[in-house]
Design a protein around this ligand. Structure first.
Ligand code: RIB
Ligand code: CA
Length: 313
């Protein structure tokens, strides 16, 4: 029986790959996509989510828009220079025929959690504003989350948007702190495991050649590849969110340790840093399963083989 899945997202190039991966994975049933501010403005992340679902022939999946801004302090800057001004690497996908769900994201998520007879997996691959709001507005619904898989933070790899902070956490540190110190069953998929997991050109070529949907996925990825190769010189691209969805789809893909995690919500240079206590394994109910090890080759093969099957769905 496929596990019900919700993706909370800020598409976003790697978000788009993550959504497509979920649609190509029989282990999960994508029941709802909720959108949040982040890589680009909310209106654009929402439009992108609708169009990515339509690309894969799944405009039946409801999309509900969430927070347009972070909880307390305005998010300093978007990531158009990485994801393209419209968020999908310059690719203009055809518009979806589906209308946006009329409910706010937090309401749609709460209603799905409350009505589901089985635990729901939530993959949060953007700033955690919507999840923090769910905790505060619908705590009973939040408690029904079976697994929360968060792409965000870093235990020992520093930051990617500042020296200290990873982008999703940095975009709303107060929300991230509320979520990562809650009692939700949370897996933190941070830079420690995403940065070593490179999708290489030969892998991209496999799904690019598989059919029109795979070809569009590769086209969306191209700007990410160009930007990251220019930055690191490495022959490959880090698809952070796709690794988080791999863990959501195949629990245990990543090696995780239960750690106490807090977030620096100061306004100084450390803002948005996830402070992971790696001195010990934590037994606290607020502990987070922090992903610390990954078989990168296996994770990339999982992603490529599924994306290459997109056109056979
Ligand atoms: O730091 C990587 C994260 O920031 C990913 O979710 C990417 O989409 C960006 O939002
Ligand atoms: Ca994202």
């Amino acid at each position: 029986m496929p596990v019900p899945l919700v993706i909370d997202t800020d598409p976003g190039i790697d978000d788009a790959l993550a959504i497509l991966l979920a649609l190509a994975s029989p282990e999960v049933d994508l029941r709802l996509v909720t959108t949040v501010h982040g890589n680009v403005e909310l209106a654009q992340t929402t439009e992108n989510a609708l169009r990515v679902l339509h690309l894969a022939g799944r405009s039946d999946v409801p999309v509900a828009a969430g927070a347009r801004e972070s909880l307390i302090h305005p998010q300093p800057e978007r990531a158009g220079h990485v994801h393209g001004d419209a968020g999908l690497g310059g690719v203009r996908l055809p518009p979806s025929p589906a209308a946006l769900d009329h409910r706010p994201a937090v309401v749609a998520l709460a209603e799905l959690l409350t009505s589901s007879p089985v635990p729901v997996t939530v993959a949060a691959i953007g700033p955690l504003t919507n999840i923090a709001l769910l905790l505060r507005v619908f705590p009973g619904a939040a408690a029904r989350i079976g697994r929360l898989v968060v792409m965000g933070g870093s235990a020992a790899r520093g930051g990617n948007v500042t020296a200290a902070a990873e982008f999703n956490v940095w975009s709303d540190p107060e929300a991230a702190h509320a979520v990562l110190t809650s009692t939700l069953p949370t897996v933190m998929v941070g830079l420690d495991v995403t940065l070593p997991t490179l999708l290489r050109p030969e892998g991209i070529a496999r799904f690019a050649a598989a059919g029109p949907v795979g070809a569009q996925a590769a086209a969306i990825l191209q700007q990410y590849l160009d930007v990251q190769e220019a930055a690191s010189g490495g022959a490959g691209v880090v698809v952070h969110d796709a690794l988080a969805l791999t863990e959501a789809i195949a629990p245990g893909t990543l090696g995780a340790v239960r750690r106490d995690v807090v977030v620096d919500t100061s306004l100084g240079a450390g803002r948005g840093q996830t402070l992971v206590d790696r001195r010990r394994t934590s037994a606290a109910p607020t502990a987070v399963d922090v992903a610390e090890t990954v078989d990168s080759a296996a994770a990339v093969e999982f992603l490529v083989s599924r994306l290459a099957a997109l056109d056979t769905l």
